[in-house]
Write a protein that binds this ligand. Structure first.
Ligand code: KG4
Ligand code: ZN
Length: 335
């Protein structure tokens, strides 16, 4: 079998990323041009600013990626691009670049769902064993995804309100920490203790859904109460207590779903997969239950184009090509 080289392009939020991946498993290059510094001054991502940054970055990042991977456009077999979900203006920049290259080179274009990309970041660790259960925790998503085979996704649980990463970012903002707040809370959590007794929200006994808005309100209330009483807010304790609640619910629900549905493997995916507390707790739970677990390396947890190319490899192998009418969909469903 001949080797396949896929050029991946990801511009769904605040990272302009371009990668070249061989056979869906080997990263030749994975460049990420982050805009975090620019958005930090606004306390979150400003969509219009993000689009403009992508316009400036996309061509130089593509050129640099090809040069670093030491491949020519003629060596590329297909272009994989995120076409949703995400910020529509941001998505359109990557999509336009992808279409232009696919047209000029007369090579296939595949449209990748951003969450499929996060899940496939795990394929750089080891091969998937089906059926598997993926816990997807990012800034926009908290989902339990059942996979019976490559490219076959079934969302069996989701968040009813905030996504896990969103809750992290909102709590961090209330604590006066910088954007994005997830890594900040993660850093502080190890310095504090779970002293605040925040709720663990499990919803109905048979539900695989999540809800984080109650926890978020409990945290915000406790911060306000401390301020009103004039007592000190111990930021590290709030961080540790908040993280303990999130991690406990995520891990327990995932383990229950994996057991009930008979998963052969659990995958952790999305930006919050970088969280040390979550990684450690899930590793422990899987070891106790004798369950196989894949976690992406830290560098592949947050948004990147290598994961998009890895998911794109499957669409390429299945000949699920897009045409040049491929559009950006901010609310694109996974299934
Ligand atoms: O997957 P991602 O890069 O972007 C989306 O697709 O949404 O995830 C970004 C989210 C942000 O909410 C960020 O705060 C969170 O992932 N995050 C973390 C950590 N690193 C990133 N949350 C908790 N702990 C971390 N170490
Ligand atoms: Zn993401």
């Amino acid at each position: 079998m001949t080797d396949t080289y896929i050029l991946g392009i990801e511009t769904s939020c605040d990272e302009t990323s371009v990668a070249v991946v061989k056979n869906g498993r080997e990263i030749l290059v994975n460049l990420i041009s982050s805009q975090i510094d620019i958005h930090q001054q606004f306390g979150g991502v400003v969509p219009e600013v993000a689009s403009r940054q992508h316009v400036e970055a996309i061509i130089p990042v593509i050129e640099q990626a090809l040069a670093q991977a030491q491949v020519q456009l003629n060596d590329i077999d297909a272009i994989a691009v995120t076409h949703g979900p995400g910020l529509v203006g941001a998505l359109l920049i990557g999509l336009s670049a992808a279409k232009a290259i696919a047209y000029a080179q007369q090579i296939p274009l595949v449209g990748v769902h951003h969450i499929a990309g996060h899940i496939y970041a795990n394929r750089f660790q080891a091969e998937f064993e089906f059926p598997l259960l993926a816990l997807v925790v990012s800034g926009g998503h908290t989902e339990l995804v059942w996979m019976s085979g490559h490219g076959a996704f079934e969302v069996i649980g989701g968040t009813r309100d905030d996504a896990a990463g969103e809750a992290y970012d909102k709590v961090a903002r209330a604590l006066g920490l910088s954007y994005p707040g997830g890594p900040e809370i993660d850093r502080l959590a190890v310095l504090g203790n779970d002293t605040m007794s925040y709720p663990r929200v499990y919803l109905e006994a048979d539900s695989y859904d999540f809800s984080f808005s109650g926890l978020k309100s409990a945290v915000l209330n406790s911060i306000n109460q401390s301020k009103q009483k004039g007592t000190e807010v111990v930021v590290a304790d709030v961080a540790a207590s908040f993280q303990a609640s999130v991690v406990e619910v995520l891990v327990n629900k995932t383990m229950r779903a994996a057991k009930e549905k008979g998963a052969k493997q659990i995958l952790l995916a999305g930006g919050v997969a970088a969280n040390r507390g979550l990684r450690t707790a899930l590793q422990q739970a899987c070891a106790d239950a004798n369950m196989a677990l894949l976690i992406p390396p830290l560098s592949l947890c947050t948004d990147n184009a290598a994961m998009i190319a890895a998911a794109g490899q499957i669409l390429f192998e299945q000949s699920k090509f897009a045409d040049l009418a491929l559009n950006a969909y901010p609310g694109l469903p996974l299934t």
